[in-house]
Design a protein around this ligand. Sequence first.
Ligand code: GLC
Ligand code: GLC
Length: 657
Amino acid sequence: MYEQVSHAQLNAILDRLSPEVSRADIRHFYTRLGANFYGIHTLFNHLYGQRPDAAERLGDLVERLARAYMDRPEELRYRDMARERDHNWFLSQDLAGMALYCDGFAGDLAGLEACLPYLSELGINLIHVMPILACPPGASDGGYAVSDFRDIDPRAGTLAGLRQLAASLRKRDMLLTLDVVVNHTSDQHEWAQRARAGDQDYQAFYYLFDDREMPDLYEETMPEIFPETAPGNFTWDPTLGKWAMTVFNDYQWDLNYGNPRVLVEMIDIILFWANQGADVVRLDAVAFLWKKIGTQCQNEREAHLILQLMKDCCQVVAPGVLFIAEAIVAPLEIIKYFGEDAIMAKECEIAYNATFMALLWDATATKNAKLLRRGIQNLPAKLDRATWLNYIRCHDDIGLGFDDNDIRASGYEPGPHRRFLVDWLTGGFAGSPARGRPFGVNPRTGDARISGALASLVGLESALEEQDPAAIDRAIEQILLLHGLILSFGGIPLLYYGDEIGTFNDCSFLEDAAKAGDSRWIHRPRIDWERAERRHERGTVEQRLFDGLKRMIAVRKTIPAFADFNNRELLEPEDPRLFAFLRTHPALTSDAVLVVANLGLEPVSLDLPKLCNRGYFQYGQVRDLYTGIIPELAAGQLIMPPSRFYWLTDQRPGAFL
Ligand code: GLC
Ligand code: GLC
């Protein structure tokens, strides 16, 4: 019944579009729309059906989809078809990503294009270019306060320049990831300006209130995201004479997805960037898309429905384009952003693995894998056609988003344990070489997060300052170990620019009033290309890191068992300092790989036969794929050096299975 209604409606909409569009031109569009329209129609009605303008807005949405399809360059349409045929393409072990700021890494888009050989040298074939859309000068949350969703910031370049970058990347077989900031706009965006000028249609794009009554109700249950720099979730706008909901900074106005116009505009914008050549669209702050009084205004069911709608629409126009969910929320909530109760990913194909990231920092600070193992054990299996984005550092802070039960089960108390982690990572704990900074400290709740560059957090900066060769070696090993885990865990490893040469904290942000209050700027550096040159000098820190990572990436690409098919088995070695898992190729057509890491500071022995319980190991039979060495085994005991990892295969075919 529903289906009949919806198809009748669909045909009416398409008839309106002709003769502008001949059905023949949009054959693929028509087929895909037919396949997805039931979902689109149902979701749309669920969210907006009670509104008098629902049918009109749905018509508008379909029209925008048709136009976006017609605008889609032919080359990208072919790419869509190829990816539809090979629809698990992004689960491959071949991908290795890096997130970077265009200005900090290379000045501007043209500079970035000139730096592509550097990225290729390292083996990177996916880049996430941090926000480069137009944003106001001064404070703009690192580009996450967008003032024009359809233009490149002139400081970065032009739209033509971006298209050229996308074309160069395609020639190199590299993927482009761009942000679409779906949750909010800058208060300088045209929509906000029109709202300020009194246009009620645009006022309805935001959450605006005349007095404190509603804001106070919301505040009862909404947490604060930036308690130090932007306390509360509402900002008084004197021109407008209203309170605007501003969950993040006071100049970022939250969009109101209760209004279907907002959804239609944002879908159109996502498709616009897909058509400029983005292979992957990173959807920012997706947990926040639906606000409801009496809730935390995060992870609401409607936020998921909105993402499903966005995905369904993208399937119609640009099915080769993937979504990344940036949802830095509790472990059991993150996984829902792949889509629930579905075999295929129905929301975002990729999600930030914030759980693994935080657990890795726990293991680094505690020098054991107790919580790491527990957290991974309790990480639910994800959907088949979905994958993690595994990372150690990114442009944001480190949030300690563990499950409290896991903390307890590991023998700690949640409050004191989190405090210990903050103290350790910010160097406040006796003996800690870490140089992080606190971020998001909330004295009211006791919450705190951590900023800092990888090399400064693991103690490389302090070790170099103290000229302590053993500490330098340890920090380098630690950086490689963390990468050894994100590259083998299953999912797309996302390196953070600068880490490949051990870039330290950059304190220059303190001199800029627009940045000084936000310690995340400490780890958003300008690359020192002279230092980067030292990667060619044997024995330098830069060379050891760069070559180590380069080798690791190259080796990863040759290991089919590292493709992500939920093919990871967590193992439980006796010593809590060890973290181990087995990766097997689902078709068993290639060797299994045993990943083992020693997070402690002393050598630890590992009983391989006992651990794997199936293979039998003798000296000379296991090889570490990363270094190529054959570690010595004495009666099956493998000695794991401190701060080291192995990617082990048995030399005999079929072993480990
Ligand atoms: C995302 C971004 C973060 C930004 C926030 C608000 O979490 O990663 O940098 O501050 O959204 O846009
Ligand atoms: C909020 C967002 C998260 C972001 C962080 C930035 O926690 O949920 O996405 O990383 O703010 O500090």
